[in-house]
Design a protein around this ligand. Structure first.
Ligand code: SAH
Length: 251
């Protein structure tokens, strides 16, 4: 996978080593491995190892640098996570959109950083100035601050979701036999539906429009592929053949 290689999570001035361990675990569960520590208050200890619960490799590989500027020097996109909404003059994104932007950039080969602040005081204004965008998890305004590792988990999850979405899409592309059905193909199917319902005497004297309207709505919602339209039309053709054999004649 190429995207996670270009995305790093940067923890600035972390006060509790246990939170660094829990953040490493949160990242690893979402397939992320690049953790960078900016001047942590205390060195990694046993508590950090225990809280990482198997993500010791992420902790072990994490470089420690002196300043945020150093941690993001080679980044093209830096996203600052802040518990306080609208504190700086930065465009503020919801986590979902931030995940999508990060994955889009990283898939072009750009380096992307998510930056998290200190447990007590968050990021300084100077540190936020180094960010292109702010990310705020829309928490309770009266109690807005998540635990550091919990905030890391939310953003790591959004990165993973954006990444999985990108992987699912190609299956819908032409060439695999499941291109989306065109308007004309759907109309062809609807007119065959209309004929078939007449031929099997479905309406029994009721106006055919109401059933057709409901069927149209159902199939429009279903986002059918070409293959699915072919399958349904095959079933309709068989129903038409059976109706002919049975000699059903409406009226
Ligand atoms: N008291 C600090 C909160 C620090 S919590 C403050 O008011 O800024 C530690 C870090 O977790 C924050 O710096 C931020 O990076 C992240 N975080 C916590 N809650 C968040 C939220 N609601 N949205 C985005 N990031 C959050």
């Amino acid at each position: 996978m190429s995207v996670p290689v270009h995305i790093r999570f940067v923890l600035v001035g972390t006060q509790h080593p246990g939170n660094i361990g829990a953040a490493a675990r949160a990242m690893k569960t979402m397939g992320l491995a690049r953790l960078v520590l900016v001047a942590p208050e205390k060195a990694l200890d046993d508590v950090a190892m225990r809280r990482s619960a198997g993500a010791e490799d992420v902790l072990g590989d994490a470089p420690v640098v002196a300043t945020l500027a150093e941690a993001v020097a080679d980044c093209q996109l830096v996203l600052g996570c802040t518990a306080r909404s609208r504190r700086v003059q930065l465009e503020e994104l919801l986590p979902e959109l931030a995940g999508q932007r990060a994955v889009a950039k990283a898939s072009e080969g750009a380096e992307v950083a998510f930056v998290f602040g200190r447990e007590r005081t968050g990021l300084t204004n100077e540190e936020l100035q180094l960010c292109h965008l702010a990310v705020h998890i829309p928490s309770n305004p009266e109690f807005s601050s998540l635990n550091l590792a919990a905030a890391v988990q939310v953003l790591a999850y959004e990165v993973r979701m954006a990444q999985l979405e990108g992987q699912v899409q190609p299956a819908r592309e032409p060439g695999f036999g499941d291109a989306p059905a065109s308007h004309a193909q759907l109309e062809g199917m609807f007119s065959q539906f209309g004929e078939t319902l007449d031929q099997i005497d479905f309406h029994k004297g009721r106006a055919p429009e109401s059933a057709m309207r409901k069927l149209r709505r159902l199939f429009m919602k279903a986002d059918l592929t070409e293959q699915e339209v072919r399958l349904l039309r095959g079933i309709l053709a068989d129903a038409q053949r059976m109706a002919r054999l049975a000699g059903i004649r409406p009226d």
